[in-house]
Design a protein around this ligand. Structure first.
Ligand code: SF4
Ligand code: SF4
Length: 346
């Protein structure tokens, strides 16, 4: 099958499978590779050691699939278009994690179907579908595949559809017809994301110091959170959407089509004190299949305590005192003690 026809049919199938965005590009060394190495060398990845451990693998998609010739980059919306207001006793959750399903699971299933379709079309070619976990600079390839540009907030932005989407990639040994890369960014003089970031996590436009980012601190970071960053976390218990919420390219609102990504009670707004009363098993049942599972119980309780401390309402003191005296986790205890001090200092 010729490249234009194969590309057209793969894109059409991807759309049927729920990917609203698609673009194809050649498998080459990513243009952002050296910026990525500089970013690692600066220490901006914090404790995400797995990135440094595989740094050489990022140099070419061949390290993900041997003899890769092309990449079909795909985007799937998760935005709900509902601005979140702060509520006492509740913690905000980044909108990608509002639903019942971990997006990795859903997207992997769709990629499997796309892979099967690819095999039917070109049985002599190999392909592999990846979402997040492979050593691949997806945002860089998405730009090359014409899907969007990297904004000053370091997220990929599509002119029509904003930035609330997951990226996935189908790597193939087949040749595809490639899309025009997006050569320039369209942020212009805007600095809304840089100005709004509560932890000043951007040392300069287009560069994120993950060590200061609330998303990293509340999800990826497994240790106690530095005291000077805790107040800036405000009421974010899992992730942070601020630099997306303020972006004018998201103001048109983009809606997720997948029912599994729709907000469910107690996941969109986490009831923080309830979290402390859950047993390990109840916690597992509630979060095992959702993105919130990534922090495990310890991480989520640490975040919940910090948010309660930031909200400074005296009615939380008994819960925090009990957790501080009973927990076996030094990380949770540290957060509870800090929160108690904040409330008592009011
Ligand atoms: S996610 Fe939040 S903390 Fe992280 S860079 Fe964006 S605004 Fe800053
Ligand atoms: S908020 Fe402004 S500067 Fe930041 S990514 Fe969006 S358009 Fe670019």
């Amino acid at each position: 099958m010729q490249a234009p026809e194969l590309t057209r049919r793969l894109k059409s199938k991807a759309e049927q499978l729920g990917f609203q965005l698609s673009g194809a590009c050649a498998a080459v060394q990513p243009t952002g590779l050296h910026q990525f190495f500089d970013w690692l060398n600066e220490g901006y990845a914090g404790t995400m050691q797995y990135l440094s451990d595989r740094r050489d693998a990022y140099s070419h998609p061949n390290h993900v699939l041997e003899n890769t010739r092309s990449l079909l980059v795909l985007g799937m919306h998760y935005g709900q278009g509902i601005p979140q207001e702060q509520q006492v006793g509740k913690g905000r959750v980044s909108s990608y994690a509002w639903g019942t399903t971990d997006y990795h699971d859903l997207i992997h299933k769709r990629l499997k179907l796309l892979k099967k379709f690819h095999q039917e079309l070109v049985p002599d070619q190999q392909c592999r579908g990846v979402v997040d976990t492979a050593p691949l600079l997806e945002k860089n390839f998405a730009q090359r595949a014409g899907i969007g540009w990297l904004g000053k907030n370091t997220l990929l932005i599509n002119r029509a559809q904003g930035s609330y989407f997951f990226l996935a990639v189908l790597l193939t040994t087949a040749e595809l017809s490639y899309d025009q890369p997006i050569e320039r960014e369209h942020c212009g003089g805007c600095t809304a994301c840089l100005d709004a970031c509560p932890t000043a996590a951007f040392p300069k436009p287009f560069v994120l110091d993950a060590r200061k980012c609330i998303s990293y601190l509340t999800i990826e970071h497994r240790d106690a959170i530095q005291d000077d960053l805790k107040p800036a976390m405000q009421d974010w218990a899992f992730g942070c959407d601020i630099c997306q919420e303020v972006c004018p390219w998201n103001h048109r609102g983009s809606l997720a089509n997948e029912p599994e990504f729709e907000a469910i009670a107690d996941h969109n707004r986490l009831n923080l004190t309830n979290l402390f009363s859950l047993s390990d098993e109840q916690f597992r049942q509630m979060f095992r299949k959702t993105p919130l599972w990534r922090t495990k119980r310890e991480g989520l309780l640490r975040n919940a305590a910090i948010v309660l401390g930031n909200q400074r309402a005296k009615e939380y003191l008994p819960v925090l005192r009990k957790a501080a005296s009973q927990t076996l986790s030094a990380i949770v205890r540290d957060a509870c003690i800090w929160a108690i001090e904040q409330i008592e200092s009011e």
